[in-house]
Design a protein around this ligand. Structure first.
Ligand code: SF4
Length: 259
């Protein structure tokens, strides 16, 4: 599958304000995964008028001049950049979009040619070709459930969970650093599930990032949701320590509860 439209921009590489990020590249506008938590990137795109509707958001437009921009920006910024993440406002391996995958790999190669490591996060499938790129890169998947009915309802255009996990495992088995983003983790009134099952499915990974779901009223409808998230954080920490996995708990996931 290919994007039906394209855009051009004046700049591409920028420093992100996100807590675990340095620089980022977002070379696609919109995202076919169409997450309904809702998607913060879509909310921002609507606010700034880049897209008007959900339908427009889920029909991604690829950035035609991405390589041209990076060839200009990388020589100027290379000494300031510690790492580049693909992506914060779209998905670099959008499920079944060949043109996005090809451009993302070209971008990773170009950034790596400046000795800058990259990291990529997806709800699609991590391509096998990534084993041929720099071993200093790291690759992640988002995994907030193993329930396919929930995925189809909340992340309708994303890759099935099994495919996502298998692609991550393949990269891990081939010596690459891998990580999992368990964010935005839903409360049990969205889906009845055990966090332990998700953790066990990715026990091979090097790092786990855990964060709660924001911007959704249904979370606060769940009784004691603050305590629930505190309990889930404890589970992540305990599991990570036991399995020698690095972890990061996102800001505002833990709440200090006083009686
Ligand atoms: S994968 Fe990310 S960018 Fe794409 S719709 Fe889902 S939350 Fe938004």
């Amino acid at each position: 599958m290919k994007c039906k439209g394209s855009i051009t921009r004046k700049s591409l590489l920028y420093k992100t304000g996100v807590e675990y990020g340095d620089y980022t590249v977002n070379h696609v506008q919109g995202c076919s995964h169409g997450c309904l938590y809702p998607c913060y990137a879509m909310m921002m795109a609507k606010r700034f008028g880049t897209v008007k509707t959900y339908e427009e958001w889920i029909n991604p437009k690829i950035l035609d001049n991405a390589i041209e921009l990076l060839e200009k920006e990388l020589p100027k910024l290379k000494d300031k950049i510690k790492s580049v993440q693909l992506c914060f406002t779209t998905d670099p391996f959008m499920y079944q979009y060949e043109d996005i995958k090809e451009l993302s790999i070209k971008i990773l190669k170009l950034i790596n040619s400046y000795n800058i490591p990259c990291t990529a996060l997806t709800k699609g499938v991590l391509p096998k070709e990534l084993v041929n790129l720099s071993k200093n890169n790291s690759y992640g998947i988002t995994l907030i459930s193993l329930n396919e009915a929930f995925r189809e309802a909340m992340e309708p255009g994303s890759a099935p969970y099994k495919e996502r996990i298998a692609s991550l495992k393949y990269l891990h088995d081939n010596g690459l650093k891998t990580w999992v983003s368990i964010e935005p983790f839903p409360t049990p009134n969205f889906v009845d599930q055990n966090l332990e099952d998700i953790l066990n499915a990715v026990a091979f990974t090097d790092k786990i990032i855990f964060g709660r779901l924001h911007y959704n009223k249904k979370v606060s409808e769940y009784k004691n949701y603050k305590q629930y998230y505190n309990d889930m954080v404890n589970k992540v920490i305990e599991f990570s320590n036991k399995n020698n996995i690095e972890y990061h708990i996102k800001n505002k996931t833990i709440t200090c509860i006083s009686s």
